[in-house]
Design a protein around this ligand. Structure first.
Ligand code: PGA
Length: 240
């Protein structure tokens, strides 16, 4: 992992945006995936500005969702689709050549899963996977102990994720499952950018960097990826 420690959240977001834009400038047909959550919000706002200012052309690129809460759709505040609309698609003046946004509210969630995997396979491998890290070390909804051979799948959320989700939903929703790209799909990406910000992430970041690479802390598996940037702010890096 190439570790970059930035002065603060804004610098971290700018760094990740710079790498993303450079990659798309070099490969206009890039197949990319962004996460949702607090961490990537500014990164995505900055990226949207880059595109709208015509500094980065996404007209030949393709986008796929990383994950979604089962049961929630784009109208539900706190869902990944809602987040992507707020920070990316609702801002963009230009569009990707093609995109697949998971709809966790699809009553036929197995069909949604198949559509996600089919879209993924149409463009695979990812040229870029941008990720956050959960407090339990999850990436996407690949929770502790996940089967690393899986592609798109539905998974039971672990207790840490269920506690953390209160910050997105309050008491409005209580999802118990997530739909997510699998570790196999993520590890196949040519380039991976992982961001972490804030003191509350310092312990897990230390495990991800200095712990044993294992599915118990899924982000630690990125130690074995050949082109992975771990971009941190000072607080997230404070235990390294
Ligand atoms: P956060 O979530 O960015 O809201 O901390 C990270 C994650 O769970 O991937």
């Amino acid at each position: 992992m190439k570790i970059e420690v930035c002065s603060d959240y804004e610098a971290m977001s700018k760094k990740a945006c710079g790498i993303t834009s450079d990659l798309i400038k070099k490969n206009k047909k890039a197949f990319i995936s962004f996460p949702c959550g607090d961490t990537p919000a500014l990164f995505m706002d900055l990226f949207s500005e880059e595109v709208n200012d015509k500094k980065t052309d996404i007209s030949e690129a393709a986008f796929i969702s990383l994950d979604e809460w089962v049961g929630l759709g784009e109208k539900d505040e706190g869902s990944c689709a809602h987040f992507l609309n707020a920070h990316l698609f609702g801002k963009l003046k230009y569009n990707f050549a093609n995109k697949f946004i998971l709809n966790g509210a699809n009553k036929n969630i197995e069909e949604e899963l198949r559509n996600h995997e089919d879209f993924f396979n149409k463009y695979a491998p990812l040229n870029l996977s941008v990720l956050g890290i959960g407090l339990n070390g999850h990436i996407g909804f690949n929770e502790s102990g996940v089967d690393i051979s899986l592609n798109s799948h539905i998974i039971d959320l672990d207790n840490v994720t269920k506690k953390v989700m209160v910050k997105y939903f309050g008491n409005n929703f209580k999802p118990t499952r997530g739909i997510t790209q699998g570790i196999n799909q993520i590890m196949g990406a040519e380039t991976i950018i992982v961001m972490a910000s804030g003191k509350h992430k310092a312990d897990v970041v230390n495990l991800v960097v200095n712990g044993k690479a294992s599915n118990e802390v899924p982000a630690s598996l990125l130690q074995n990826h050949k082109n992975c940037f771990l971009i941190l702010d000072k607080d997230a890096a404070s235990n390294l």
